[in-house]
Design a protein around this ligand. Structure first.
Ligand code: H79
Length: 463
């Protein structure tokens, strides 16, 4: 009898223990140790391609000089005040000395704002997630923040831009995130300099009473799937208290069972150290960087600007081939590609920005199998062939057409392996030997397959 009772208690304990551990949420603490244990969501690793948008008051003047091909048109509000920068002269000529940046606010009408179109476009180009500037360095907010009237609901467009954005993107099945700039160039709360700043509500501390509450407000209102923070470089993490912010974000997401991530811009000197992914903004040297064992993402404007720049020529834009090559090279090195477009003030994505992205979408319709859900392979590339891996397969994606024979010294298929080229029906003949490696023949077609004209992917069983 006694034994039975003990057994029953044991059993009960077992159930209670199991049930509570199933329901147990991870709780993150505001320490690097705790936050570093957070894992990047599988959905992000699988997704590979995302669409980033920079849209705001700066989309009205929409101008910046180009330096080595790159422009930062979203920096207008800062550069217009620097007599050494061409933006100063441009502003003087077009608007005059007394026209302040905040005078652009009422001119931002966002008349053609149609986030459903943007979300559909993102899907067409093959992106699995989308994100937008909730607030850039100019401090203008794209949501009805209760902490400032400097927002698109109270001024300018008079719309809850983020509310519509989240609804539209989620309706299309995209993950949705936000860009948020920690610093603001001219916010008197931040700089301590009393200057006119449209919409400002006076509180005591920028970080404690404004920035942190704003980020929490965004989390609570929209449950974003991720954050790309920026503008962290003025101060260390201890100033911004981003460990607290990220712990709050992770814990709120845990409660909802949501898999979220943040980038590594969490304080001066912290890039490449913490956060779920490391952000590379422009300039990544494909050959020397090699394998990056930490998840990273490549972030750049397709037209080499983030915000809309009216002074963009076709040659300022990546061509479809340049862009698709970069995507392939990045993915083979454990990267995602977060490509940015800058809609016009009214809300249209310029045609020259759409074109390369839509070409990527077409390429992915055939070759997506070699990109999505893959992981990096032991070797990133062999000459013009870049590798990705999934299950028992390696995909060798050639950036250049080779002719009738494709030679790969670094791959050994399993015996009897079928080798195919994505988009081309039928098996290809191949042979392998110790000296020459793998030789795939492409004899049935004297010319390139018409399925694609940018890059060609072989599917090879290696396990
Ligand atoms: O939001 C986009 C950029 O505005 C922001 N990050 C991406 C995602 C960014 N802020 N600063 N930087 C990128 C790099 C700094 C560039 C600068 Fe300059 C060089 C600031 C001053 C000199 C380029 C030239 C921008 C303004 C003048």
């Amino acid at each position: 009898m006694r034994l039975r009772k003990i057994l029953a208690i044991c059993l009960l304990n077992f159930f209670v223990f199991t049930l509570t551990s199933i329901n147990a949420q991870k709780v993150y603490k505001p320490t690097w140790e705790s936050l570093d244990a957070h894992e990047i969501p599988k959905w992000y690793e699988d997704s590979k391609i995302g669409l980033s948008l920079h849209w705001g008051v700066y989309s009205v003047p929409a101008w910046a000089p180009r330096l080595n091909g790159i422009s930062y048109a979203e920096w207008y509000g800062n550069r217009m005040k620097d007599p050494k920068n061409p933006t100063y002269a441009y502003h003087l000529e077009n608007y005059g000395l007394t026209f302040s940046y905040d005078n652009f606010i009422p001119q931002w009408k966002a008349n053609s704002y149609n986030p459903e179109e943007w979300a559909k476009f993102a899907k067409q180009m093959g992106a699995k997630y989308i994100f937008i500037t909730s607030k850039h360095h100019d401090g203008f907010c794209l949501w009805p923040s209760k902490y400032t009237d400097r927002n698109a609901f109270k001024m300018g467009p008079e719309k809850d831009i983020l509310g519509h954005f989240f609804a539209a993107a989620r309706k299309e099945g995209l993950k949705v995130g936000l860009y948020y700039s920690l610093y603001e160039w001219y916010n008197p709360l931040y700089t301590g300099k009393e200057i006119p700043y449209a919409g400002l509500k006076k509180v005591t501390g920028y970080v404690d009473d404004f920035m942190i509450p704003q980020i929490k407000e965004l989390i609570d209102l929209y449950h974003p799937d991720f954050f790309f923070f920026d503008g962290e470089w003025d101060h260390p993490e201890s100033f911004w208290k981003m460990k607290e912010v990220v712990a709050y974000y992770y814990n709120e997401a845990e409660k909802r069972g949501q898999s979220v991530f943040v980038n590594d811009r969490l304080g001066k000197g912290e890039r490449g150290k913490h956060g779920d992914l490391y952000n590379v903004e422009y300039g990544y040297d494909n050959e020397s960087e090699g394998l990056l064992s930490h998840k990273w993402s490549y972030w750049q404007g397709i037209a080499n600007t983030f915000g809309y720049n009216q002074d963009t020529n076709l040659e300022d834009c990546l061509s479809p081939k340049q862009f698709i090559d970069k995507v392939i090279m990045g993915v083979s090195q454990n990267g995602n590609f977060d490509i940015n477009v800058g809609p016009t003030a009214s809300g249209l994505i310029p045609d020259y920005e759409q074109y390369p992205l839509l070409e990527l979408g077409k390429w992915l319709k055939i070759n997506g199998e070699a990109i999505y859900d893959t992981r990096y392979y032991d070797i990133q590339n062999e000459g013009d062939a870049y590798f990705t891996a999934k299950n028992n397969y390696v995909y060798a994606i050639y950036l250049k057409w080779q002719g009738e024979e494709f030679v790969l010294k670094s791959l050994k298929p399993v015996e009897g392996s079928k080798i195919t080229m994505l988009g081309v029906p039928g098996e290809l003949q191949w042979k392998w030997n110790e000296t020459d490696g793998l030789i795939i023949s492409y004899p049935n077609h004297k010319s390139r397959p018409t399925s694609c004209s940018y890059a060609w992917a072989f599917k090879i069983q290696v396990k």
